[in-house]
Structures are given as structure tokens and as C-alpha cells.
Design a protein around this ligand. Structure first.
Ligand code: DGP
Length: 113
């Protein structure tokens, strides 16, 4: 059994509120939501972080962003939303499986914490 919680969600070993499944991409609701809509968009192939990206992964990451935009539309986030990719400990990454946070449903502030 893999120790990666997101890989466990992909395989069905761990539960999740899944909102989207596509070719090489999956999205589910965050269990610690920071906004009314908080969805994680992940690749189904394990990749630790943006820092581990290889040149051949550019399309994969582009696909995550395109998927997040599609989900934002289906979630009714017409007023806008925020995409976040925390990378490494100082970037606030706590799960070492690359993911895009899709946050929406409230006014976002800047700078982020
Ligand atoms: P980050 O801190 O950027 O690595 O984001 C990881 C997010 O993953 C964090 O917002 C909480 C969420 N999370 C952690 N464990 C689980 C889980 O088992 N299920 C779901 N749905 N989300 C999780």
C-alpha cells in the first residue's frame, strides 16, 4: 500500500468527495476547506511537486490548470477564483503529491499568508 494519501484516493483505498475524473487527472474536495469552494486537482501519476517536474510534464501541468478552469465554471465561480500550487515546506506544501488548489466563493485577499 502506498503511503501517499492522494495515491490512495486515486486507487480508491481512501475515500474522497470526487468532483472530476479525466485522462490522467482527478479532482476532489479538500477536507480542510479554506473557501466555500476548495477543490484539489491532481495528476493520477505520482509526482511530488512542481520542483520534480521534467520537461515532458509541461502538458500534464497545463492539463491540471485547464481542468481547474473547467471545474471553476461548473462550480459557478463566475466572479473569479484562485489557483494555488504550494511547493516545498516553505511554500506550505503538506502533501507530497503535486496538486492545484482551486479556491472560490469568497473575496480573496493579497498578500496570501
Ligand atoms: P498543501 O498544504 O498545499 O500540500 O495542500 C494539501 C491539502 O490537502 C490540504 O489543504 C488538506 C488536503 N488534504 C490532506 N489530506 C487529505 C485527505 O485525505 N483528503 C482530502 N480530500 N484532502 C486532504
Amino acid at each position: 500500500m502506498t503511503h501517499c494519501i492522494f495515491c490512495q484516493i486515486i486507487s480508491g483505498e481512501a475515500p474522497a468527495d470526487v468532483v472530476y475524473r479525466g485522462l490522467g487527472v482527478m479532482a476532489f474536495r479538500d477536507t480542510r476547506p479554506q473557501a466555500p469552494t476548495h477543490i484539489l486537482v491532481i495528476p493520477t501519476r505520482h509526482l511530488s511537486s512542481i520542483g520534480e517536474m521534467q520537461p515532458g510534464d509541461v502538458d500534464l501541468v497545463g492539463g491540471l490548470i485547464a481542468t481547474a478552469a473547467k471545474i471553476a465554471e461548473s462550480e459557478g465561480l463566475h466572479q473569479g477564483y484562485r489557483l494555488v500550487m504550494n511547493t516545498g515546506p516553505q511554500g506550505g506544501q503538506t502533501v507530497d503529491h503535486l496538486h492545484v488548489h482551486l479556491l472560490g466563493g469568497r473575496q480573496m485577499t493579497w498578500p496570501p499568508g
